[in-house]
Design a binder for this molecule. Structure first.
Ligand SMILES: [Zn+2]
Length: 470
């Protein structure tokens, strides 16, 4: 069965057919490095990592590019604010970004192109657009002539007239039309700049992405272009407008957009004081809990971050760990034939159910529901099938299947030290489990308080105790 993807361009769920058999060329809009990454970036980075992993799992050779915008008005403004050079601001934030990716255990892209390393190619594209009548230079700036591109608005589904109403008419008399956007910006004094046929300046944001995606994926049409929903207009609309006149081909076959993230129902903003960086979130919650929270909603939905939701996510992660711990001893016994699995746990059917969910537009909540049903079924099998011929082997195979889903596709249950309790916490957790088993609730409560002092919040669930940072 084919993977089906909701394509923002056609506004339909469609069978996924890449242009080259078994090869996927995928580009995602990366970060602008003027500040640290927040958990909204975390969602974007993670969810596209999961999609990449799933496509690989389904046998595709995925060429994956994620850019870094390292020159932008925001970077220049931040450098002025901090009285640092723009290069320092960029380097500090790239270092922080790489640290975040590592902490989240998200794979590097095949290429992570930076705008400033692709200036020549960007200039070549701009020159091409001027030559074809799609762009014009005015006093060191170059603008894209929006009305020249007849399909403008196809992605965001807006008419030019509607857009014109929405666009604030800037007092910029240089533009021939208020809808036109900058491809090249002339540098002011003391601003970074690169020599160009139009004088010293820097590229606009939109041209970076259309240029670097096609260049580094070495194609004229991408299979998948991905990004946040907030980028559809104008960023992605502009990317299409820039790319298609140059290549004469559709820019991307499938457009995937993730929904946005709010915090306790509010938009995240520095001014509201609810801005949570990835590093801050990981001081309170485990990496796997954060990932579980992202997976619990479909990538296209808006999600709301709250302590409550994070607690649920922590418990969900713990459910998987509890089962895997229970399964572990069975894998150490070699008593049965490896060729025969007990049909009462029907592993192939579970495998199929999971793939069906993921094939349906990467429906992670549906896939998780399948995973947790399978966790319960495996507990039940362990409790009730002791007499079965392939008892040990079936349990081991079930554990391996859960591990495969968690590791290979969701990037969960990594062996990152920060995701495990410390030795002391582990000892106290075990002692508490023992106390509860002996119904020594006073001791178990004492240990819970002690663990809290040591930064470990314990909760009791049906399957046993779970813990999270606190
Ligand atoms: Zn972009």
């Amino acid at each position: 069965m084919a993977i089906r993807i909701y394509n923002s361009l056609t506004k339909k769920k469609e069978d996924f057919v890449p242009l080259e058999e078994k090869v996927v060329r995928m580009y995602t809009c990366g970060v602008t490095v003027y500040d640290q990454c927040h958990i909204g970036h975390g969602r974007s980075l993670y969810i596209f990592d999961v999609i990449r992993r799933y496509l690989q799992f389904r046998g595709y050779d995925v060429h994956f590019i994620r850019n870094i915008t390292d020159i932008d008005d925001k970077i220049i403004n931040r450098a002025q604010e901090l009285q640092k050079s723009w290069e320092t601001v960029v380097q500090e934030n790239i270092d922080a970004y790489k640290r975040d990716l590592k902490a989240l255990r998200i794979d590097e892209a095949d290429v992570e192109p930076r705008a400033t390393e692709n200036i020549e190619s960007i200039q070549r594209d701009i020159t091409g657009l001027i030559a074809k009548g799609y762009a014009y230079e005015v006093d060191g700036d170059v603008y894209f002539r929006v009305r020249q591109f007849k399909r403008y608005g196809q992605l965001s589904g807006q008419s030019i007239e509607k857009m014109l109403e929405a666009v604030r008419i800037e007092p910029d008399a240089k533009k021939a039309d208020p809808l036109d956007f900058a491809l090249w910006k002339k540098s002011k004094e003391n601003e970074p700049g690169w020599p160009s046929p139009w004088g010293t300046g820097r590229p606009g944001w939109h041209i970076e992405c259309s240029c670097m995606s096609l260049k580094h994926l070495q194609c004229r049409t991408l299979d998948i272009h991905a990004g946040g929903r907030d980028l559809i207009f104008p960023h992605h609309e502009n990317e299409i407008a820039q790319a298609e006149p140059l290549t004469g081909k559709p820019f991307a076959q499938y457009w995937i957009h993730h929904g946005l993230l709010t915090i306790n129902g509010q938009k995240m903003a520095k001014s509201l004081g609810n801005f949570i960086t990835i590093q801050e979130a990981l001081k309170t919650y485990r990496v796997d809990a954060l990932k579980m929270f992202f997976l619990a909603s479909h990538y296209a939905s808006a999600i709301d971050f709250s302590d409550e939701r994070m607690k649920e996510a922590s418990k969900a992660v713990e459910k998987i760990s509890i089962l895997l711990k229970r399964v572990e001893p069975f894998s150490k016994t070699k008593s049965e034939s490896k060729l025969w699995e007990d049909p009462s746990l029907a592993l192939p059917a579970w495998r199929e159910k999971f793939s069906e969910a993921m094939d349906d537009d990467f429906n992670t909540p549906k896939a998780l529901a399948c995973l947790f049903d399978f966790v319960s079924e495996t507990h039940r099998f362990i409790d009730t099938h002791q007499r079965d011929r392939a008892y040990h082997h079936t349990i081991t195979a079930a554990g391996k299947l859960i591990e495969q889903w968690c590791h290979e596709i969701f990037g969960l249950l990594g062996d990152d030290a920060s995701d495990k309790p410390s030795e002391e916490q582990e000892r106290l957790l075990q002692e508490r489990q023992e106390a509860r088993r002996n119904k020594d609730f006073r001791r178990s409560d004492e240990l819970r308080d002690l663990l809290r002092e040591k930064g470990c919040i314990v909760e009791d669930t049906k399957e046993g105790q779970s813990w999270r940072r606190g």
